[in-house]
Design a protein around this ligand. Structure first.
Ligand code: SF4
Length: 319
């Protein structure tokens, strides 16, 4: 996860919540992708430190356990950069130019001259992954092309220099639709996000004016939950019985949108409150968070150094 600020519900439900479950069954590595942040926000590098602490507080609050999972900071494991460099020598430029997210980012950000780092970020990601020789990489469907690229790069390395890297598979995460308060996709840059750090009052203050079915202008108008962003949140938080009652109340104009939102809040606030309380306990001790990440980075580095020993032996560059 890039350190670009606090974790919002979209990040939580799209990744973090799944990470917490995965650590039950797998030996997991999760990292703060601070070099990746530089591919689009190089001038903001000084903010990365503070954001890293905030984000890690969210991770710990959500239940990532530094005893079970290795939580680390990318830039504290410089082996990632070494592997990235070597991989760059065997990766055709066309493979990177073809990555859909590259073109999208160039267009979205209106970049006239995208950096070398931005073009190379899927390759850095390949290095991040291959370093730990994982069996699985937990990703959403939009990231599958990146895992495919990682597999191709691993094959290319193995064919060129000798078999070091097994090819990892994508472990697909079902990502629920998480709308922001304006009905668009939840995103920090849209200013429509609900954060794990938000208090119940703040969440209530964001849900009450949240966009609903635009055709339901008056309380007496029936609505359609299938096109209502509030109902997307019901699907995530509200148990079937209450959810169905809201849906039929909406369709028959039996309930108003504020009633519907009150039911949502009743189910949404308690689990988020539990995360927030844990999060706050960590956030009050930022030094401990930094220590956890430094310890995790040392642990990650032990694995990375072993991998790079095998890489060096395969590449045979030095006499
Ligand atoms: S009643 Fe609920 S589902 Fe229906 S439009 Fe209002 S907020 Fe959306």
């Amino acid at each position: 996860m890039r350190p670009t600020g606090m974790v919002h519900l979209g990040n939580y439900l799209g990744a973090l919540d799944n990470w917490v479950k995965l650590q039950e069954d797998y030996d997991c590595f999760f990292f703060v992708a601070n070099w990746h942040m530089l591919t689009t926000d190089a001038a903001d590098s000084a903010a990365a430190g503070g954001y890293t602490v905030e984000m890690a507080a969210d991770w710990l609050g959500a239940g990532l356990d530094p005893e079970r999972s290795t939580l680390f900071i990318q830039s504290l494991v410089p082996e990632h950069a070494l592997l990235h460099l070597l991989l760059s020598m065997v990766t055709p430029l066309g493979w990177l130019e073809r990555v859909p997210t590259f073109k999208e980012m160039v267009e979205q950000l209106g970049l006239e001259s995208p950096s070398y780092g931005l073009l190379g970020y899927p390759l850095l990601q390949a290095a991040d992954i291959l370093m730990y020789k994982p069996r699985w990489v937990p990703v959403g469907a939009d990231q599958v092309p990146h895992i495919e690229l990682t597999r191709e790069v691993a094959r290319r390395f193995n064919n060129t220099w000798g078999s070091v890297f097994p090819e990892p598979d994508a472990k697909l995460t079902q990502i629920p639709k998480v709308p922001g308060t304006d009905g668009r996709k939840m995103s920090k840059s849209y200013g429509n996000a609900i954060y794990l750090a938000d208090s119940p009052e703040e969440i209530t203050g964001k849900i009450k004016p949240m966009v609903t079915d635009p055709a339901r202008k008056r309380r007496s108008d029936p609505g359609n939950p299938d096109i209502c962003p509030v109902f997307d949140l019901h699907r995530i938080f509200t148990p079937a019985h209450d959810r169905e009652a809201c849906a039929s109340g909406c369709r028959t104009a039996g309930i108003g949108c504020l009633d519907c939102k009150a039911v949502l809040l009743e189910h949404m606030l308690p689990p988020l409150q539990a995360i927030r309380e844990r999060r706050q306990r960590f956030a009050e001790k930022p030094r401990e968070i930094v220590e956890i990440l430094h310890e995790g980075s040392k642990r990650a580095r032990r694995t990375a150094v072993k991998t790079m020993d095998q890489v060096r032996a395969a590449v045979k560059l030095e006499p």
